[in-house]
Design a protein around this ligand. Structure first.
Ligand SMILES: [Zn+2]
Length: 126
């Protein structure tokens, strides 16, 4: 299977296996699957690039009053982290909320949301 055809679930599997990647066009724009063309410039030439092991927290928001499907997680942080070529959005669990700051190093993994059976990117502090 060509990974540019991968869906988001396949991508989460890869992240969880420590085999994370992102898609890059020849102009160096990073994006996440599923993509057929670069969302920045429309290029159809996407290649799979290895995701760096750690990213840097760019911004985060601590959520104390979450939507119902995240109620069991609160307080948690919604984090945007810069992984070099690409930015990932994910959550950081309540155990790490007090320690996170802009510039913190994080690793990405996948986690199930027990409440609604969806999956998402979960960060952990390095
Ligand atoms: Zn591009």
């Amino acid at each position: 299977m060509q990974m540019t055809d991968a869906g988001y679930d396949d991508w989460l599997d890869a992240i969880d296996a420590g085999d994370g990647f992102y898609l890059a066009c020849e102009a160096g724009h990073g994006s996440l699957p599923p993509r057929r063309v670069c969302p920045h410039c429309g290029s159809p030439e996407l290649s799979e690039e290895p995701l760096p092991e750690t990213g840097e927290v760019e911004t985060y928001t601590v959520v104390h009053v979450p939507p119902p499907n995240f109620a069991h997680e609160a307080p948690y942080a919604t984090v945007i982290a810069d992984f070099g070529g690409v930015r990932l959005t994910g959550v950081l669990g309540s155990d790490a909320v007090d320690d996170v700051e802009v510039g913190s190093a994080v690793e990405a993994g996948a986690a199930a949301n027990e409440a609604d059976d969806s999956r998402m990117v979960r960060f952990s502090l390095r």
